[in-house]
Design a protein around this ligand. Sequence first.
Ligand SMILES: *[C@@H]1O[C@H](CO)[C@@H](O)[C@H](O)[C@H]1NC(C)=O
Ligand SMILES: *[C@@H]1O[C@H](CO)[C@@H](O)[C@H](O)[C@H]1NC(C)=O
Ligand SMILES: [Cu+2]
Length: 262
Amino acid sequence: MSYCSYQQFSLSFLALLPFVSAHGYLAQVVIDGNNYYGNVPNAKPVPSIIRQINDVDPVMGASNPYLNCGQDAQLASLVANANPSSQLQFWWDGGDGGHWPHNTGPIMTYMAQCVDTTCDQYDSTNAEWFKIEETGLQPGNMVWYQQNIMNGWPANVTLPPTLAPGQYLIRHEIIALHDAVAMGGAQFYPSCTQVNIQGDQSDVAPASDEVTFPGGYSDDDPGIYDPTVFNRPVQYTFPGPPVVSFAAPVSNTSSPTSSNSS
Ligand SMILES: *[C@@H]1O[C@H](CO)[C@@H](O)[C@H](O)[C@H]1NC(C)=O
Ligand SMILES: *[C@@H]1O[C@H](CO)[C@@H](O)[C@H](O)[C@H]1NC(C)=O
Ligand SMILES: [Cu+2]
């Protein structure tokens, strides 16, 4: 049901295309210069900090249980050390091994504490997620930052400088909105990465800023069902809770903490 971005093509041209739907997955995370590779969906897994999914296709529907960490996400066996203000890069690949195939929609990053256990054992079904970053449109509101992912660049995220230490999941998510002019057409691509934050800082998210997944989104949220997503300049409202007050400062340049609301 979900093609990548064919909707502007004529039906006759569509009929000539091979039935390849590339979609994609989180292939690699870089933490302060250290590379951590994820597993290709469905491949025999090697140790990783990224929870492996079993399908590059998007998660569809705001109440889908796979909205949590991605399609049938499995516990990952490793947990990487990170620090307050660590610089992260998230590298997304297309399911065909090429570049990420989408360019319309937001990129958002959430975190949740791995409660009462380490993240390699933590069942995130009831995790309380708080948002540390949301990246939408580049200045001018014509082009999404997601275009940079399609061009072969990573997403750049800075961890909150004062977040309390401990084991956390980082839920880095791309939403592809090219079919979101219809209710239920938004494509969700969640991912979960396991980290252990060092230090003795003390900020924690207030419960009022936390959501579960599913739970944090509705199919009729303005940023998920978006009939005007192709009207430029784009007016966009991010779904989910607000970014926590102690998140790293927003920079509207393209690196390394690119984050810009419309
Ligand atoms: C960043 O935001 C500031 C304040 O809104 C603005 O003056 C500046 O032009 C912006 N920079 C870019 C590259 O858009
Ligand atoms: C992340 O930073 C790199 C290097 O500055 C930049 O080329 C890239 O476009 C940024 N990513 C996004 C999604 O803007
Ligand atoms: Cu796709």
